[in-house]
Design a protein around this ligand. Structure first.
Ligand code: GDD
Ligand code: GTP
Length: 413
């Protein structure tokens, strides 16, 4: 059997995700209509003989528990639990601390997932690949543009055996454009002895060197997997499917598009389950001929959203609960969070609109299309009001602001 651990980090993480993570943990931010980690649960729920998922992190229970309840309802075949670290223990520290809980029931395999990546989660392919070698673990590797590689864990993969020969976390010089994708499967008997050895080594080093700062963190990458690679027991499964890491808030826009595109082909019911209610108000004869607003797929539209018939939505738009979109509005490549109101003739492009935001008639909020790896987006924190005809372009706006003047490329505090 198998179990899964999702590393969700804690409140000191995700700082680049502000202002969206101000009152919501980043792993719970909504893309494709659901929290980021919800999408990985979809994939986990399809793995045979996997019945338990442990979220490990250092957020307060109170912020994680509502999600656990919702997920328990949506994934009745999974037991989902939150294990809280008393402080940040590092990406392997939590695995070590909670090893007894993880190993309870004697699972043969442990999946470990980062909470800030979005992809097609090829878990069963990973399992199959892992079974084909006798290593302690398999990491998923993806190719990134050469100039980007040094932001990640870079790996050198033997092209015949698929063994990871060398792993350097954020190397100072270019090493490889194959990088760690943040998705692993481990042989549970082997990996916990490797983690224990790394912990012992770390404690020994600290004892030998009184000058050493007592850093409590054990890192899966540098402390465990990089040494493991040199023993030939770590393997890489190469994925060529789209993969997005959600670090900055701007990356939520391509992540949203990735999720919507993948559900469109693999699981359209996740987009259709909640269909738009059409605001059937006074329509002109012309618009009577049309059935509802023009929707360019793929989009996720919450069933409680109200969209005027003359609006045009999509592609790649996710619309939350109770959102209202008025006459003649245009929305594309955007995430509209719950209760946002877009009045008539508003335009929202390449943007994230926070909860309870209000856009007055003819307001316009926009970023720009992806150029290379640079995504410029506009982000409104929650409860921002954009007044009539105001044009907000590539700005980050903190919560509760009232914007009456147009602005471009600014952070509005
Ligand atoms: N439980 C727990 N405790 N989780 C943690 C902790 C911790 O102390 N620190 C980080 N995490 C979680 C984060 O929430 C995230 O899901 C994952 O671990 C990795 O986050 P970071 O440690 O911030 O690393 P990174 O994202 O900059 O780089 C990692 O991911 C890249 C792929 O996205 C590395 O593993 C790279 O090698 C990799 O390329
Ligand atoms: P796409 O190219 O697929 O986006 O099609 P589109 O024809 O809908 O073009 P675009 O997204 O550029 O513009 C959408 C609509 O909004 C067009 O009908 C424009 O006339 C209209 N539009 C452009 N600027 C504004 C504006 O500032 N306010 C309002 N209300 N509408 C605008």
């Amino acid at each position: 059997s198998a179990k899964a651990v999702i590393l969700i980090g804690g409140p000191s993480k995700g700082t680049r995700f502000r202002p969206l993570s101000l009152d919501l943990p980043k792993p719970l931010f909504s893309v494709g209509g659901r929290p980021i980690i919800w999408h990985s649960l979809v994939a986990l729920s399809h793995v045979p003989e996997l019945s338990e998922v442990l979220l490990i992190g250092f957020y307060d229970e109170a912020v994680i528990n509502p999600f656990i309840k919702e997920a328990a309802r949506d994934f009745p075949n999974l037991t989902i639990r939150y294990l809280r670290e008393y402080q940040a223990l590092g990406t392997a520290g939590g695995l070590y601390h909670y090893r007894d809980v993880i190993l309870k029931g004697n699972p043969d395999q442990i999946f470990v997932l980062h909470s800030d990546i979005v992809c097609d989660w090829p878990l069963q392919q990973l399992q199959k690949f892992h079974a084909s070698h006798r290593g302690a673990g398999t990491m998923m590797a993806v190719k990134v543009p050469r100039e980007e590689a040094q932001k990640f864990g870079c790996v050198v993969i033997d092209s015949d055996s698929n063994q990871v020969r060398h792993w350097v976390e954020r190397p100072e010089e270019f090493l490889s454009d194959d990088v760690n994708a943040g998705l692993y499967i481990f042989d549970s008997a082997q990996i916990f002895s490797v983690i224990r050895d790394s912990m012992d080594l770390k404690l020994k080093r600290a004892a030998d060197d009184p000058e050493a700062t007592s850093d409590e963190q054990l890192r899966l990458e540098q402390d465990v997997l990089s040494p493991l690679a040199h023993t030939g027991k770590l393997f890489a499964y190469r994925s060529t499917s789209p993969w997005v890491q959600i670090k900055s808030a701007a990356s939520a826009i391509p992540a949203n598009a990735l999720i919507l595109a993948s559900y469109k082909t693999t699981n359209p019911s996740l987009l259709r389950r909640r269909s738009p209610t059409i605001l059937a108000k006074s329509r002109s004869d012309y618009s009577k001929a049309r059935k509802g607003p023009e929707i360019v797929e793929p989009c996720f539209i919450h069933e409680s959203a109200e969209i005027d018939d003359s609006a045009k939505i999509g592609p790649n738009v996710s619309i939350g609960a109770n959102v209202k979109i008025g006459f003649g509005a245009r929305v594309k490549e955007a995430i509209l969070l719950d209760n946002a109101v877009l009045d008539k003739n508003t335009v929202v492009l390449y943007s994230i609109i926070g909860e309870n935001c209000k856009l007055a008639p003819w307001a316009r909020v926009e970023g720009a299309p992806l150029v290379g790896d640079k995504q410029s987006i506009a982000i409104l924190g929650k409860e921002v009001a954009v007044l009539k005809e105001t044009h907000i372009r590539s700005c980050i706006v903190l919560p509760n602001k009232v914007l009456s003047k147009s602005a471009k490329n600014e952070v509005l505090l």
